[in-house]
Design a protein around this ligand. Structure first.
Ligand SMILES: Cc1cc2nc3c(=O)[nH]c(=O)nc-3n(C[C@H](O)[C@H](O)[C@H](O)COP(=O)(O)OP(=O)(O)OC[C@H]3O[C@@H](n4cnc5c(N)ncnc54)[C@H](O)[C@@H]3O)c2cc1C
Length: 396
């Protein structure tokens, strides 16, 4: 046990995503002499989320958004692969199944929980029986299947569904709908395929962009249904909460989101990990358990910027306790939302928006004029995150 031998604090981070790696790097950079940081993560790779919708138009490919973890060793961060199954905050131990099915555990002085979200359709009738019919832009396999279906469909209906907030990346379902419309126009089959966007929220999310989407949906002949949830999935149809039945040829459904079950089973929160406040990410009951990223219960949208910012706040709590200099951080960001291309060209345009949670009420800024440049900016932003967090060469 390295921490016991060296007097260094053992920090275990669950999840090697934006928040987990962001927190781990910040700790090593600021108090590297006082901590041993181990990330436990499920997969041997990380794939960024934001540009996954562009896989539909062929403007993005998985190899550009995927990274391995091996370079993190050169940054002084240990990564072990395993799916965390249980956390015991009393005993200060994390239990996981490593590749090959071997059960392992790690003790900690500090635990940072950053496992992101799971897509949980268990509350929807018929979900398990028909899960293999559902595609979306959120998961790597499903987005490839979605692309294949979208490029094959000749007639029928594509139904895109956004569940009730909070879910990760508020604009992604509307982005999906507009990209579906683009591909169908490009293929010359839009006139024979209905595009239906069902949103469980009162308006498509995030709220400051609702007007922009509504106008675009109307201009492009996209049918919009709001304020109703999908309560049943069947072969070729869904049923909404008011009883209406809609037929689909392609169902692109985002399931309701939640943190993985081991959080609830450890008594750390029902749907999300409870935290003291957005700037104090310690668990209300356990000083040594912190949360970051999409899994944390924060009053903000769940996206990469907020995930990273929360990771810095979580790291700062430990840095301050160990006598280091905290990093500067606040909850505010600029983002870009794909709106497809109304002429059916496979050159996606985007709009820009900003949210500033340092003000009350939060400041919102929308640049609603679609531009190609915004799509390119989003790509540069995503690549710079990936390169900054996941690339480290020996000796650097
Ligand atoms: C399609 C899509 C579009 C998006 N668009 C945008 C956008 O435009 N702008 C934006 O800012 N954000 C966007 N996001 C959201 C952004 O990707 C997330 O908010 C961000 O990745 C959250 O970071 P995280 O570290 O909390 O979770 P993640 O990045 O998901 O990382 C979680 C990590 O934990 C691991 N893990 C999960 N369960 C376990 C377990 N039991 N044991 C061990 N490890 C585990 C996972 O394998 C993963 O490596 C989008 C996401 C998607 C999927």
């Amino acid at each position: 046990m390295p921490g016991v031998a060296t007097g260094r604090k053992r920090v275990v981070v669950v999840g090697g995503g934006i928040a987990g790696v962001g927190a781990a790097r910040t700790l090593v950079e600021r108090v590297g002499d006082s901590v041993d940081v181990t990330i436990v993560t499920r997969d041997t790779y990380y794939a960024a989320g934001p540009s996954r919708p562009l896989i539909l138009t062929g403007e993005q490919s998985v190899d550009r958004i995927m990274r391995g973890y091996e370079p993190l060793a050169h940054a002084g961060i240990k990564v072990v692969y395993g799916a965390v199954k249980r956390v015991d905050p009393g005993e200060r131990r994390v239990y996981f199944t490593s590749p090959g099915g071997v059960e392992r555990s790690l003790g900690y002085d500090y635990l940072i929980l950053a496992p992101g979200v799971v897509y949980d359709g268990s509350g929807i009738e018929g979900y398990w029986e028909h899960m293999n019919l559902i595609v979306n832009v959120y998961e790597l396999g499903r987005v490839q299947a979605f692309k294949h279906e979208l490029w094959s469909i000749r007639e029928g209906a594509v139904l895109v569904y956004a569940p009730k907030m909070p879910y990760r990346c508020a604009p992604a379902p509307s982005e999906t709908t507009l990209l579906v419309d683009t591909v169908l126009r490009h293929r010359g089959v839009r006139g024979r395929v209905r595009v239906i966007h069902v949103d469980a929220n009162e308006v498509p999310q995030p709220k400051p962009l609702a007007k922009v989407y509504k106008e675009m949906f109307e201009d492009r002949g996209i049918e919009l249904i709001t304020g109703r949830e999908i309560v049943e999935v069947g072969n070729g149809y869904v049923r909404l909460s008011d009883g209406e039945k809609l037929e689909y040829t392609i169902l692109a459904m985002l399931e309701p989101n939640r943190a993985p079950r081991f959080i609830e089973e450890a008594g750390l929160g029902e749907r999300w990990v409870e935290v003291r406040s957005p700037t104090n990410l310690r668990h209300p009951k356990y000083d040594d358990v912190l949360a970051a990223g999409d899994a944390a219960k924060l009053p903000f949208p769940k996206n990469q910027e907020i995930a990273y910012e929360s990771a810095l706040y979580a790291a700062n709590s430990i840095i301050e306790e160990l006598g280091g200099e905290p990093v500067s951080v606040q909850y505010a960001f600029v983002g870009w939302v794909y709106v497809g291309n109304p002429e059916g060209r496979l050159e996606t345009l985007s709009v820009q928006f900003g949210l500033d949670f340092t003000r009350q009420p939060p400041g919102a800024r929308v640049e609603g004029e679609p531009k190609r440049e915004y799509t390119l900016q989003k790509d540069r932003w995503e690549q710079s995150y990936l390169n900054r967090l996941y690339h480290t060469l020996p000796g650097l």
